[in-house]
Design a protein around this ligand. Structure first.
Ligand code: GAR
Length: 203
């Protein structure tokens, strides 16, 4: 059984896609052991609760400095002893110690086709604003391993999505979620749970 810890910051639609994937048997052999949010008001925490999953909030604002926050975050991770950490819309930089200790065991969903529109400053709606501004006709989403850089780790899955005339950042964000994110994130977790990435030498 793959024990998964999911980190969230907001609405948690990707968390919901993972929960649904497990409940519908599309993600096999997997259990969400804990959800951590940096934002106590995140709707993602309500989603966790509704499905009987433990959700906790660890907000940097509650700690006197970054080090204290990092320590609390690491403790909350280790206490759950996960096999895999999934960043599902987690908008806080992961402490270096967590990346070191969980190398090749942290994955992230990013709402563009990396290496486009990624790196520092590209998150959430900003990614779609930048894609529309550049005038790309195709965008999409990427699931990748997390390393010390921002969106630089090995790519696991990508899915392309069409940009349509009249798209606003919000409309495009919704289409990228529906047609790409909610599909490839559960798929990547299932691949890891089934040992498929070991065969590819990706983990
Ligand atoms: C998602 O679009 C995810 O790809 C993005 O934040 C959103 C969270 O939505 N993540 C990033 O931009 C990370 N760089 P959700 O809370 O509804 O899953």
């Amino acid at each position: 059984m793959l024990k998964v810890l999911v980190c969230v910051s907001g609405g948690g639609t990707n968390l919901q896609a993972i929960i649904d994937g497990i409940e519908q048997g599309k993600i096999r052999n997997t259990k969400i052991v804990r959800v951590i949010s940096n934002n106590p008001g995140a709707y993602a925490l309500t989603r966790a609760k509704e499905h009987g999953i433990e959700g906790i909030s660890i907000s940097p604002k509650e700690y006197e400095n970054r080090d204290a926050f990092h320590k609390a975050f690491l403790n909350a991770v280790e206490d759950a002893s996960p096999d895999l950490i999934v960043l599902a819309g987690f908008l806080v930089v992961i402490p270096a110690e967590v990346i070191r200790k969980y190398r090749n065991r942290i994955i992230n969903i990013h709402p563009s086709l990396i290496p486009s529109f990624c790196g520092t400053g590209y998150y959430g709606l900003k990614v779609h604003e930048a894609a529309l501004e550049r005038g790309v006709k195709i965008t999409g989403a990427t699931v990748h391993y997390v390393d010390e850089g921002t969106d630089t780790g090995p790519i696991i899955l990508q899915k392309a999505v069409e940009v349509k005339k009249g798209d606003t950042p919000k409309i495009l964000q919704q289409r990228v979620m529906e047609e790409a994110e909610w599909i490839i994130l559960p798929q990547a977790i299932n691949m890891i749970a089934c040992g498929e990435l070991q065969e590819e030498g990706l983990c």
